[in-house]
Design a protein around this ligand. Sequence first.
Ligand code: FES
Length: 97
Amino acid sequence: SDLSIETVEILAAADGRLDPLQQAFREKHALQCGFCTPGILMTMKAFLASRPGASEEEIREALAGNLCRCTGYQNIVKAVLWAGERLRDGADDGEEA
Ligand code: FES
């Protein structure tokens, strides 16, 4: 079939460079136990690809299917907002997003 499944391992480049979303999670302290993190990263990767300018409210709605038992989601949302900004800046520079 044409179905393919991508997992969190594809985010970092082969040379170890982190995806902007992974950098954002580190920068904004959006990681605690990490149990939910792969699912959230992959959900937000797909979401930001189509909605890099999403608002905090839209991000929270898009996150609704991913449960984190550790946090109040505040830093996760901050990280996604930050990653969206970086994606938009990258597009403005004509660099790869
Ligand atoms: Fe622990 Fe989300 S960081 S469940």
